[in-house]
Each structure stands twice: as structure tokens, then as C-alpha cells.
Design a protein around this ligand. Sequence first.
Ligand SMILES: Nc1ncnc2c1ncn2[C@@H]1O[C@H](COP(=O)(O)OP(=O)(O)OP(=O)(O)O)[C@@H](O)[C@H]1O
Ligand SMILES: [Mg+2]
Length: 410
Amino acid sequence: IASTFWLAIAIEIPKITNTTLIGVYALVSFSSSVLVYVRSYLSALLGLKASTAFFSSFTTAIFNSPMLFFDSTPVGRILTRASSDLSILDFDIPCSITFVASIAIEILVIICVMVSVTWQVLIVAVPAMVASIFIQQYYQATATQLIRINGTTKAPVMNFAAETSLGVVTIRAFKMVDRFFENYLKLVDTDASLFFHSNVTMEWVVLRIEALQNLTVITLALLLILLPQGYVSPGLVGLSLSYAFTLTGNQINWTRWFSNLSNYIISVERIKQFIHIPAEPPAIVDNNRPPSSWPSTGKIDLQGLEIRYRPNAPLVLKGITCTFKEGSRVGVVGRTGSGKSTLISALFRLVEPSRGYILIDGMNICSMGLKDLRTRLSIIPQEPTLFKGSIRTNMDPLGLYSDDEIWKVN
Ligand SMILES: Nc1ncnc2c1ncn2[C@@H]1O[C@H](COP(=O)(O)OP(=O)(O)OP(=O)(O)O)[C@@H](O)[C@H]1O
Ligand SMILES: [Mg+2]
């Protein structure tokens, strides 16, 4: 705008040479391109810094969260946070912050230009601006809720796809493909309809703001025609009018970007919810580390062990007191749901005892660090998992032992 403004005033100066005219114009244009470069660079740099910080706290929080969190949170929800919400943080937020700020400055400058030529336009421009802000707020209340709901409809689509692909053999065996496909389409429809409604509300707000800004432009044009001749220079009239025409477009762009930004910020909110999950107990408790030979014999003592999965859920293990002698093989028998797996997970403190103790070789496992405890015990679970890689990496995932040691165990 500065360069065009220069042209508008310069033609009024009687003895200006072409060289000065073009020189100043080129200088102003060049410095504005340098500033645009700096703007993009800064927004990329700062955006990247912010999203790196969020990403690392997010992954740390997920990896340190207790098993209870994974029981109560569908995988789909974690996946959407880690994919779409984080990608919004990576690209969309820095980009839209830049646009919101730069378009706002542009609008302000255009208004200044208009006012400097004919201040009377303010009589219409100010009320129009205030009205636009009201409309924007009215829209925002709905849009925010729509985006929030949209955030919850995406995860079921992913969950459903993941779960049906796991159970596809069973689904085909019972000839239920059509039913599952129909359910899937329903979920996709729910998700898409919210997207549609978001867009429709956006068009609603754009239409109103466009009308208001057009009012300002018409007033300006009328004023320019009605003002007495010679009141303003023709160069400035042209300038004012040509920028006034871009005002509508700019205001709409700003509204779009501002609404997008407010919607994107909800992703930050969602990621922050995950960052604040209470973490598991510490991995290592420095003043209570077991000796390196622990557990040397493997005697397990349970004393009045009570376990519940949630603070107000019923007890699953109701005060078990018993001793498993060292070096013996013990079978635990019980009907399904009687708590056999719970007993094993208690040894690894996947669920913490709500009362009672577990002593292994005389040490209370609840007072030591989780890493110390879990690296010393081994488990072959009900549903085994083979990690990608060689048999060797599966046997020693952390690469702590030499080949010889592993062969000896075999
Ligand atoms: N993650 C969980 N959250 C809440 N309750 C759970 C959880 N896991 C198990 N339970 C409940 O704890 C009880 C014991 O379950 P557990 O899995 O230990 O039984 P189990 O004896 O291993 O059964 P199965 O023979 O089927 O493997 C059940 O009533 C079950 O509903
Ligand atoms: Mg079990």
C-alpha cells in the first residue's frame, strides 16, 4: 500500500523526475518483499518450536500414562490427537496467525487511507465494523461447538475401521459384511455432516460481513462523487477507491482466517488435555533400589491384597493372603473374570493395590521404582505379541545382553 500511496502523492509534486518516482517505488516494494520473507521465516520458525514442544510433552505424557488411561481411552482418540490435531499445530496455526495479523494490519491501513481522503466515511465504517465484530462473535459460539463435536465424531470412524479390520474373518464368516459396511457409512455420514454444517455457518457469516463492508464502500464512493471539485486530489481519489474495493475481500479473508484460527485453537486444547494426564509412579526411586541380584530366589508373599480398577469400582481381589514358595511352579485356577490376570498385572503394578502388600524376596514392590520392578520380572501374556524385527530383538528388545548370554538362556 505504501508504494501505491507514494505514486498517488508523487504525481501531485510538479517537478518530479521519472527516476525518483521509479526509484522510491522500487525501494518501497523491495523492502516490503524483504519484510514478507522475514514474516514467513519467523512464523515457520516459531511455529515449529511451539509444535515441537507440544509434540514432546504429548508423547512423554502418553508413554508415561498409567494402564487405566488406555483402558478408558479408545485408541482412535489417541490416534486423532497424534495425527490431525498435531498436524494442525504444525502447519495451520502458525500460518493462520500470520494471516490474521497481516490482514488485520492491511485492513487498518486501508481504513486510514480512506479516512485521510474523506474522514466522513467513518460515520458508516465504524458502525459497520462494530456490527461485523458482533456477527463474528455470534458465529464463533456456534462454530466452536461444531468443531468440538466434529472432534468426537472422527475417532469412531477410525476405531470402527481398525476394529472391523481385526475381526474381518469373523464378520465374513457370519456374512455380516453389509451390516458392518452400513454402520461404517453411518459413522462417516455423521462426521461429514458436521463438516458440512461448519462450512454452512461460515458462509452465513461471510454473507453478512460482505454486505456490511459493501455499505462502507458505497458510502465512500458516494462521498467522493458528492464532495466539491478540488477538495481532494484525483490521485488520492483513485487510490482510496481502488483500496476500498479490496476492503470487502480483505475483511472476508480476515473473518475466514480468524474463525479458522479459533477453531484450530481447539486442537491445542485437546492436546493439552492429554499432556495433563497424571503420570505413572516414578520409574526409579533412588533411595529404594533393589540389589542387582533381586529377585534371587523368587518367593512371593501376598498380604491382604485388595485390588480395584477404579477408585469407586468394586473390589476384584478381595484381601488375598498367601505365599508362593521359591522355585515352585504354581497354577492359579478360577472361572473367567475371577481375577487371575489381575493378580499377574498386580505383580507388575499395572494396577496398584488399594490395600495390602506384595513382597517378592522380602521387598515390598510398591515402594520401588516401576522400571526396577518391571525389568526384573518376565511375563508371557495370554495374548502374545511379536514385535517387528528379528527373534533376537524380540528376546532382548533393549539390546542389553550379548549373543553368548542369549544362547546360554536358550
Ligand atoms: N481394565 C479393567 N478395568 C476394569 N475392570 C477390569 C479390567 N480388567 C479386568 N476387570 C475386571 O476384573 C475382574 C477380573 O478380571 P480378570 O481379567 O483378572 O479375570 P481372569 O480371571 O483373568 O479371567 P479370564 O479367565 O477370562 O482371563 C473382572 O470382573 C473384570 O471385569
Ligand atoms: Mg485372564
